[in-house]
Every structure is written in C-alpha cells, then in structure tokens.
Design a binder for this molecule. Structure first.
Ligand code: AMP
Length: 400
C-alpha cells in the first residue's frame, strides 16, 4: 500500500512516496521556484540506504506541471519506483490550519475544501497553497482518495483555559482569535515514539515535546492528549526562534508604531523575519551561532543564552501544567543535531527530576537516543521526527 504525502507551499511542493507495508520511503523530493523563470525539481529515489538523485532545472509554471514531473519520475520505466500512478493507494496532504473544525484528519471532498478555505484568513500564506496542492492532486490522480492532515489537529484537545487569550471574549467568538498551535504532526509522532521507546503506552505517560528547528514549538502532552502548546494563533508565539520573536509584551506594538512610525506590514516583517536569534546577533542558523560563540562573539552568546533560557522556562511551566513529568523529547534540526543547545537547556534541572548525561548527549542522532543518567526521574530523549510518516499513517487510518 503506497501513500503519497504532499506539502504544498506558495511556490514549492514537497513530496514523499511511502510503502506503508514496511513504512519505508520509496522516493521523495522538492519542487521549488514554481512560477519563476527557472524552477528546480530535486528528486531522490531510495535504493535501500542509498539515494539516487535526479535534478531537473527548467521553468515550472505551476503546481500542476510540478506534480506532473514528479509523477513522470516515480513511474519512469527505468528510474521509477512504481509502474503506474494507480499503484498509489491514497494521497495525504499537510494542511496548516484546520481551525476548530478539525480535531482529526479527514477524507477530502468539496465540503472539506470549503472548510479549509474558510480557514484561509487564519493562515493566509499556507492554507491557499495547501488547497492548490489538493486540487492539483485531484486532477492528476482521479479516483484516488485525498486526506487532509492538519498541523493544528493534535492541539485541539487543549482546554479553553489553555487556548484562550486574556482578551475580550467576543474576539474569540467573532474572529476566532485563540491559540491553535502548530507542528502538530511532529508533536504527535514524537510523543508516541517517546512512549514506545521506553516500552510504555502514550496513554500512560506525560511528555514534553520540544521541537526546535527553523520554527520552534513545545507541547505538554498528558496521557496522549495535548494540554498546551507554545505557538499561538500563528506560529510566531512561544519560544524564541531563528528569525521569529516568540513571546513578547504586546504593548510593544503600539510603542513601535508611535516611536518608529511602523505600519502593520513593517511589524509583521520584523516579528517574523528579523527577530529571534537573528534580531539579537544577526545570525539565525544555530551552527553559525556556535561558530561565533567559539570565537568569543558576545552577541552570539547572548542570543544562545536567550534561546536556551526560554526553552528551560517552558519546560518548567509545562511540568507544572502536567503535574508529573515522565519524558522530555527533543526533535527537529536543532533538537536532533545540536548537543550544545540540548546540554545548556537540560543542565541544572535536577530540581525538576532531570539528571542529564552530557556524555550520552554528545553527537547528532538519526535514531532515538536517551540522554539522561540512570536513575533520572524524568527521562530525556532525542527522538528524530518524521512528519511525512505521521501524515501517511494518519492518511491510512482515516481511510480504513
Ligand atoms: P528544521 O527546521 O527542523 O529543518 O531545522 C533547521 C535548523 O536546524 C537550522 O536552522 C539549524 O539552526 C539547525 N541545525 C541543523 N543541523 C544542525 C547542527 N548540526 N547543529 C546545530 N543546529 C543544527
């Protein structure tokens, strides 16, 4: 049973074809710069552990053309991985914003597309692009079921006390202003995996999932249900990120308008693209920041300190929210690869029951790795995320 996973952006289309019998990746790739004079398709066919890479550079005027090229590659008589596109059982689509309508993945029909469209105002950069991906897939794969898997669905179990803001209640009712949370497929996958690697059921443990990549978010998962998460109505809130601010006092907004003459677009641009690590030290990639710290750069050191401090604070807050904590699970680009950040976050947390093991922590991990000392009340793990596999699993379970 093969499942195609599609994550469509405004000018890109990421895909992965999985064999769900053994949950292995058959092929994956990325179509970029759709609509530009020169587009790029980078396709990888998996041969066991080896990758066979194909790069196509040419104008790719729209998503349909992009997906057409992908279909040609995966069904190519010599280079392909399947003979016919009919061998694809279903297509799973990452959809960013499911609002309050969707607390689970769902088979797509016209009414579901309309519901996704209704959420466009809440995710104006993402949902319209996700819809294009869905419509193109419907056109190129007639008769094949499409399933929407929402970034927000895992967080829909949050209670009102966690998802509401201290704003006039009618803003929630009229404008749907509330915390939704994002990276849901990652938090779900990582929480499940963390429970399974320690031989427990997810329903029997409390987990804090720490997704630290380009975007960073954390979730408090109590007995399998998300009870709080750090991102908000948009992916700007929470911990500090590469270029996004994370939490700050909203009164700063009118202050900036008054003193810097900034408008809505300027503010949006600064908070999303020029803040976070970049806003402090000019760099947003953790690898570059570590290199600067090594050279004694004080602003890079400050940026790293701020990043670490904020993650620590959320671990403390979520421990309190959960009541008891069993596992902290790190994931994504920084979480999986950055032993310095993990060490600085987990050090001096004995009071919360975390006995961190700096030796076990050393390195980058492509499979689950314990990084706590024997006898630690709270287990700390690196759990590589796999959002595509989670989307494919949810696609299969939705249809069965
Ligand atoms: P992601 O969004 O999950 O792909 O994560 C991307 C981020 O991971 C990059 O911006 C880097 O800051 C970080 N990253 C990737 N590899 C490393 C590494 N070896 N050490 C530190 N940070 C890394």
């Amino acid at each position: 049973m093969n499942v195609l996973v599609i994550n469509a952006g405004s000018s890109s289309l990421k895909y992965q074809l999985l064999n769900m019998e053994n949950e292995s990746v058959m092929a994956s790739g990325l179509v970029e710069r759709i609509g530009d004079a020169k587009g790029v398709l980078t396709h990888k066919k998996m041969n066991g552990a080896d990758e066979e890479k194909t790069v196509i550079e040419r104008a790719i005027p729209n998503h349909k053309e992009g997906l057409h090229l992908v279909v040609d590659l995966i069904t190519d008589p010599e280079k392909g991985v399947i003979k016919d596109k009919k061998e694809i059982y279903a297509i799973g689509h990452r959809v960013v914003q499911g609002g309050e309508q969707f607390n689970t993945s769902i088979r797509i029909d016209e009414s579901i597309k309309q519901a996704i469209r209704d959420n466009n105002p809440l995710a104006p950069l993402h949902n319209p692009a996700n819809l294009v991906g869905i419509e193109v897939a419907e056109e190129l794969f007639p008769g094949t079921p499409n399933v929407a898997v929402f970034d927000t669905e895992f967080h829909q179990t949050m209670p009102p006390k966690a998802f509401l803001y201290g704003l006039p209640y009618e803003y929630y009712k009229e404008l749907r202003i509330r915390r939704y949370g994002f990276h849901g497929t990652s938090h779900k996958y990582v929480a499940k995996k963390a429970a399974s690697v320690i031989g427990k059921k997810l329903e029997d443990v409390n987990v804090i999932t720490v997704h630290l990549g380009n975007g960073c978010s954390m979730a408090a998962v109590k007995k399998g249900k998300c009870i709080d998460t750090s991102m908000g109505m948009t992916p700007l809130a929470g911990v500090m990120m590469g270029t996004r601010s994370g939490d700050f006092d909203p009164a700063i907004i009118p202050y900036l308008v008054k003193h810097k003459g900034m408008n809505v677009h300027d503010l949006d641009d600064v908070f999303n693209k020029k803040s976070g690590l970049k806003g402090i030290c000019g760099l947003n990639d953790m690898r570059d920041i570590h290199a600067k710290v090594e050279q004694g750069d004080e602003m890079a050191r400050l940026a790293l300190d701020m990043f670490v401090y904020r993650v620590k604070k959320y671990i403390g807050a979520y421990t309190a929210a959960l009541g008891t904590l069993d596992i902290v699970a790190f994931t994504a680009g920084i979480g999986e690869n950055d032993d310095i950040a993990r060490k600085e976050i987990c050090e001096d947390m004995e009071g919360l029951g975390i006995l961190f093991d700096a030796d076990k922590n050393k390195g980058r991990f492509a499979s689950p790795q314990a990084i706590h000392k024997d006898g630690s009340k709270v287990q700390v793990w690196v759990i590589p995320t796999n959002e595509e596999l989670q989307i494919a699993q949810d696609t299969v379970s939705t249809l069965s």
